[in-house]
Every structure is written in structure tokens, then in C-alpha cells.
Write a protein that binds this ligand. Structure first.
Ligand SMILES: Cc1ncc(COP(=O)(O)O)c(C=O)c1O
Length: 355
């Protein structure tokens, strides 16, 4: 069932149509005065694409190798991760179980939207913890795993966001793919920018950069945890992924930028929505409001301040379903009334996505 491809010495299944395109963002580069390239992991091929499919190639292969018949994971109710994990499971005849924080009633309004709609359409077992804390998902995953075991099943639990050393190998492999694409360019990039949530993607890219001797610095823009917490998670995940993948090279210190979360995790920011609109009108690419838009806002600010020099690669990491959840958001100042407690220019995004 697993493919012949065993990069980093590990079996994986085929979920990603690789290589994903790497292309110049000419009009945006002109606008910002810095050469930008887009690595299009919104076009990874399954579902509506997204970064999470890369880690899932390794996680699903591991679940199959262990003879598991079900997978339990969790996140927020509009999670790209859980939707793609469920889709990948179904493709390999593994039964997906998803645990979300919050309560079903609380998220009733968004049940027909975005990723929630897709979970329901796929017929995935989705349970709510009833608690608002994201960490309540961890106990929920353990409880559903125990329940399945007690029923004689063989579940494969995966932590929120799929942020494990094995999952991080997805972006070690992506780094190898990127290295081959960059070899065709005249000038090597100085930076690779991305949105960081549960940290697995940045950890994989950091280990992958070390493996390939990449010329660029990997820069993550956190959209949830404080930068210091991300840095320690990334350090640990990257080191563990490196040892799993037999990477001997030194892993550099993680570079994580703070200050772009806006009103909160899963809530669109005015800066993010303005950045996403600029990308849409210059390049015809939609960035999701929870991750990509905020990372791009940070990169645009650095370009405009003259603090970065190109070429820069920006990872377009997917999240398309969340464009179709919650109130429509746009970079322009809204003429509508803002609900109490929300800053003008910011609206509730989809229910919190991601990990
Ligand atoms: C669209 C999108 N971009 C970026 C990220 C961040 O990736 P990570 O959780 O590996 O840091 C996520 C996480 O869910 C995501 O869904």
C-alpha cells in the first residue's frame, strides 16, 4: 500500500502531487520592491490542498505499518488539519475520529461552512470537548483512543496539528523538492517565509534546510503561540525529525516572528486581510485568513521597511476551506457595524482553525 518513495529512510503513502509549483510573484514583487517567489503548497493535490498533506504521507504510512484501523486526532472546529487527516485516512481505509475544543452548540452556526461542512459531508465522527481551552483536545484524543481500544479496535492517536517528528519529515522532503527547483534560479533566495501554528512545518523546513545546505533562512510567523514557545517546540521537533531522518547536520536556531496574530488565533486581522487582498489582486492567489494572510502581512511589512532583501520564497500553505467559513472578510475598511468588543477592521474569522 505504501509507495516506493522512502525519503529520509521512512515509508510514506502518496497524497501529494509533487513537486508543487514554485513561481515568481512578479506583480507583487514590483509592488514591494523585493523579489518574491511562491511555493504553492495550496496545490498539493488532495482535497483543496495544503501543507498538512505532506506530514500525513508519513503518518498514514506508519499507521498502516502498525496495522491500525482507525486514527484519532483533533484541533479547532474549522481545522484544515483534521479535515485533511480525515480525508487521507478514508483514502487508505482507516476510520478517522476528530476531537474539537468548544461545544457543538457554540459552533452550530458554522457547521454548514468551511472545513466543518467537509467533515460532515465525509461522515467523520466529530466530538466536542465542551471546554474552550485548546489543550482540552489532548485529553479528548486520549479518551477516544481508549474507547476505541476497549472496543477491540487498533487506533493511531496523533497530537493536535500532526506536529510530531514523523509528521515533520513531510517538510524535510519538501525541502529536497525545493532545493531541486531552486537550482534552476540565477540567484539563491535569502529567506523562506511561512505561517507557523503547531510548528511541525517550520521544524521540518529547518531540518530540511540543514540537510540540503539551503542558502535561505527559514522564517516563521506565529499565528497562535508566543514566539518563544514556538522556538522551543521547533527546536525539539526539528532535532527529533533530524534523528529520525538520519540528518547529521547542525540545525540552526528557529527564527519565529511575533506580533501578527491580530485580535486572536483564528480571528482575521486587518493587516492580514489587507495583505491577502493585495496578493489576490496582484497574483490571483487566495491566502487563508488564519495562517497565510498573517504571515504575508509580516513579510510585506518587512519588505516595506527595507529590512529584507530578495529573493524570498513564501510558502502558500493552503487553508482554502476557511475562506468559506464565518463572515466574509476583506482588506478594505468595512462599512458594516462591528459587533461589540471587536476592533474596527477586524471581524470574527471562521471558528478557530489549525491546531
Ligand atoms: C493553511 C495552514 N497553513 C499553515 C499552518 C501551520 O502549520 P503548522 O501547524 O505545521 O505550524 C496550518 C496549520 O494548521 C494550516 O492549516
Amino acid at each position: 500500500m505504501t509507495s516506493a518513495g522512502r525519503p529520509a529512510g521512512r515509508a510514506r503513502v502518496d497524497l501529494v502531487i509533487a513537486p508543487t509549483p514554485l513561481h515568481r510573484a512578479l506583480r507583487l514583487s514590483h509592488e514591494l520592491g523585493v523579489e518574491l517567489l511562491f511555493k504553492r503548497d495550496d496545490l498539493t493535490g488532495a482535497g483543496l490542498g495544503g501543507n498538512k498533506l505532506r506530514g500525513l504521507e508519513f503518518l498514514i504510512a506508519d499507521a498502516l505499518a502498525r496495522g491500525c484501523d482507525s486514527l484519532v486526532t483533533g484541533a479547532g472546529p474549522q481545522s484544515n488539519w483534521t479535515m485533511l487527516a480525515a480525508l487521507a485516512c478514508l483514502r487508505y481505509e482507516i476510520e478517522p475520529h476528530v476531537v474539537c475544543y468548544g461545544s457543538g452548540e457554540q459552533h452550530q452556526a458554522s457547521r454548514a461552512e468551511g472545513n466543518m461542512r467537509l467533515h460532515r459531508w465525509l461522515g467523520v465522527d466529530v466530538r466536542f470537548t465542551g471546554a474552550a481551552e485548546r489543550s482540552s483536545v489532548d485529553a479528548g484524543i486520549a479518551a477516544v483512543t481508549a474507547e476505541l481500544r476497549a472496543a477491540g479496535r487498533r487506533p493511531y492517536p496523533v497530537p493536535r496539528g500532526g506536529a510530531t517528528p514523523l509528521g515533520a519529515l513531510g517538510y524535510v522532503r519538501a525541502s529536497e523538492e525545493l532545493a531541486a527547483q531552486l537550482a534552476a534560479l540565477d540567484e539563491p533566495p535569502t529567506g523562506l517565509w511561512l505561517a507557523t501554528g503547531s510548528c511541525g512545518t517550520q521544524a521540518g523546513l529547518l531540518a530540511g534546510a540543514a540537510l540540503t545546505g539551503a542558502p535561505y533562512q527559514v522564517v516563521g510567523v506565529t499565528v497562535s503561540r508566543p514566539a518563544s514557545e514556538c522556538a522551543s517546540r521547533i527546536r525539539e521537533l526539528a532535532a527529533d525529525a533530524a534523528s529520525l531522518g538520519g540528518i547529521g547536520a547542525d540545525i540552526p536556531e528557529p527564527d519565529v516572528r511575533d506580533g501578527w496574530t491580530g485580535p486572536g488565533y483564528g480571528v482575521a486581522s486587518a493587516a492580514g486581510q489587507a495583505a491577502a487582498r493585495l496578493v489576490a489582486v496582484t497574483e490571483g492567489v487566495f491566502l487563508d485568513p488564519v495562517f497565510g494572510a498573517k504571515a504575508m502581512a509580516a513579510l510585506i511589512a518587512e519588505c516595506r521597511a527595507g529590512r529584507v532583501h530578495g529573493p524570498i520564497v513564501f510558502l502558500v500553505s493552503g487553508g482554502a476551506p476557511t475562506l468559506f467559513a464565518g463572515p466574509a472578510t476583506a482588506g478594505r475598511r468595512s462599512t458594516r457595524q462591528h459587533p461589540a468588543g471587536q476592533a474596527p477592521g477586524c471581524m470574527r474569522a471562521p471558528d478557530p482553525g489549525g491546531e
